[in-house]
Design a protein around this ligand. Structure first.
Ligand SMILES: Cc1cc2nc3c(=O)[nH]c(=O)nc-3n(C[C@H](O)[C@H](O)[C@H](O)COP(=O)(O)OP(=O)(O)OC[C@H]3O[C@@H](n4cnc5c(N)ncnc54)[C@H](O)[C@@H]3O)c2cc1C
Length: 530
């Protein structure tokens, strides 16, 4: 078998792996990224997948970008020079009701509250108070998310803390919101379903009634604070720019190259062995694949010491028993939303093109039931859903006059009592029936579709249950506890082996910070630092 030698091998060409690779190559290391799939991008890839619609660009995973915008990665890697560009749609989101009404969540919280007034003046006031209160936390939280979780920049954190302490009267409210469940906070604070619905639908990270899940609502501070963007050409535009940046610094990418085993000798990493037997040697390996998969399936059995092995075994993935169900559709015409557009014209007096924002529409009352259904292995009905027509913000993604649908259900059972192989068809029918309440005759203008169950996503991305957050997003798996204390500093007991990716601090999503921080740690350690 051929062998190649590098300074660094990065496992996984998702955006975090590519970002880690770019930083290391920029620092002068020879770097090779090995990616199992035929293209890079992982859960933020954009590919052509339909032979019947060869010019439709399909976003395989995430679309909405927030956390990357809070980092300095685009600037430090000069990604705009390599073709990276973003669009900031406003409004980024709209909640659609089955009766034709809608509520837009605008970048501006005051504009959003003005729209809420139509449904409930009381909720409009509560919304502004809610956004003002969580926004106080934002600065401190973002500073923590950008820093090393176990060796934080204390001066930076102190500045964030001082900003929070400048509002002592609001701090009690913040602790309440962090300790309550997502459902409890919504019900206690808001009365109208048009407000409760989006607050539940847009952040379906954790079982809505579980303790300390109210934190998920900080996403609303992010929407209003930094805005939500979409990447021009689809999310894969990010990894395409990163690939150009990597090449410019001498790095290489190997696709269709799945790592079978990490080579360890005398508790030191030596490289990786690909499926098929080829060996690539390096003194540093960074895995940006799922942390649990890396530690349990790629590191040779018996390598990890007892405590680290136990912590790896117990890294929690989708313990709420819910994950994603996704449908991608190519359309031959542009979608129409006749009823909802007419309602806005008549009641809001505006011509906002509702096809630009992302849509959610599950009524609040269904959320608790959906999570309980997943826990019991049942398919919820209706399904949680989030739908985007990416080409309306960025027409480069489809041929002129055509369209595509990105449909995501974030609360689908991971262990259904009826296997996904047969449940798939029922879930697909359910999704289309539900969509038909909002979009005029999608099936009539369909060219092709692809349906992905949690099992399909798991196999495709090599992440258990196809879990988009890689590791549970509970408060107990944040910062120095993500994915577990033994691995939170990006190192492992195997010298030269580091972890990165969505499993790591600060979080999943199109963020890039796990890639940036892992590269910094690897550079420091390989330069002889502690
Ligand atoms: C349907 C869906 C919707 C989402 N929506 C959003 C959204 O709107 N906004 C947002 O911010 N986030 C969203 N996310 C989440 C976000 O896309 C991911 O958390 C993020 O892209 C993870 O990036 P990563 O680089 O850490 O990991 P990944 O993208 O998972 O990359 C890991 C890579 O490692 C590769 N790999 C795995 N095993 C091996 C191996 N043995 N050998 C070689 N390569 C291997 C995989 O093929 C993959 O390419 C969504 C995800 C999905 C799937």
């Amino acid at each position: 078998m051929t062998t190649t030698t590098n300074d660094v091998i990065v496992i996984g060409g998702g955006h975090n792996g590519m970002i880690a690779a770019c930083y290391l190559a920029k620092a002068g290391r020879s770097v090779t990224v090995v990616e199992a799939l035929p293209t890079i991008g992982g859960m933020s890839a954009t590919n052509t997948i339909f032979p019947e619609a060869p010019d439709h660009l399909i976003n395989e995973g995430g679309l909405d970008v927030t956390l990357l915008r809070c980092s300095n990665i685009v600037k430090e890697l000069a990604l705009e020079k390599y073709g990276f560009g973003q669009i900031v749609p406003d409004p980024p989101y709209a909640y659609l009701n089955q009766d034709g009404s809608s509520l837009c969540i605008w970048r501006d919280p005051v504009k959003t509250a003005d729209e809420i007034k139509y449904f409930s003046p009381k909720d409009a006031k509560a919304y502004i108070e809610f956004v003002n209160s969580i926004s106080i936390m934002m600065d401190g939280v973002l500073r923590f998310m950008r820093t090393h979780p176990t060796r934080p920049n204390l001066i930076d954190l102190a500045i964030g803390g001082a900003k929070m302490l400048a509002h002592p009267s609001k701090l009690w409210g913040l602790t309440r919101y962090l300790s309550s469940s997502h459902a409890e906070f919504i019900e206690e604070t808001f009365e109208h379903d048009m407000v409760r619905g989006p607050l539940a639908s847009m952040v379906p990270f954790l079982p809505i009634e579980a303790e300390s899940t109210g934190w998920a609502l900080i996403y609303f501070a992010v929407i209003h604070g930094v805005g939500v963007s979409r990447i021009i050409g689809g999310s894969g535009g990010l990894t395409d720019a990163l690939a150009r940046c990597l090449a410019a610094h001498g790095g290489t990418v190997r696709t269709s190259a799945k790592v079978d085993q990490i080579i360890v000798d005398n508790n030191r990493v030596r490289g990786v062995e690909l499926v098929g037997g080829e060996r690539l040697y390096a003194d540093t390996v960074i895995s940006a694949a799922n942390a649990k998969v890396t530690l349990l399936n790629m590191v040779p059995k018996g390598t990890l010491p007892h405590k680290e092995q136990i912590q790896a075994n117990h890294i929690p993935i989708a313990t709420g028993r819910a994950s994603s169900f996704k449908i991608d559709i190519a359309l031959r015409e542009q979608v129409r939303m006749t009823r909802h557009q007419a309602w806005r014209k008549q009641h809001m007096g505006d011509d906002t093109d509702l096809r630009i924002p992302g849509h959610c529409s599950l009524p609040y009352e269904n959320h608790i039931k959906s999570w309980n259904d997943c826990m019991a292995g049942r398919l919820p009905s209706p399904l949680h859903n989030f739908t985007i027509f990416p080409a309306h913000a960025d027409p480069t993604q489809v041929p002129k006059g055509q369209d595509s649908v990105w449909y995501w259900c974030g609360v689908a059972p991971t262990q259904p009592t009826e296997p996904w192989a047969t449940l798939k068809e029922r879930a697909t029918r359910e999704a289309y029936q539900y969509m038909s309440q909002f979009y005029d005759d999608i099936e009539g203008i369909e060219i092709a579709r692809r349906v992905m169950t949690p099992d399909d996503l798991a196999e495709h991305f090599n992440v258990p249950f196809g879990y988009v957050y890689h590791v549970d997003t509970t408060v107990s798996r944040f910062g120095p506890f993500r994915p577990s204390p033994a691995y939170a500093d990006f190192t492992t007991p195997v010298e030269g082996l580091f972890l990165s990716g969505a499993s790591m601090h600060p979080c999943a999503g199109i963020a890039g910070i796990p890639g940036q921080l892992a590269a910094r740690v690897a550079l420091r350690k390989t330069a002889g630092g502690k």
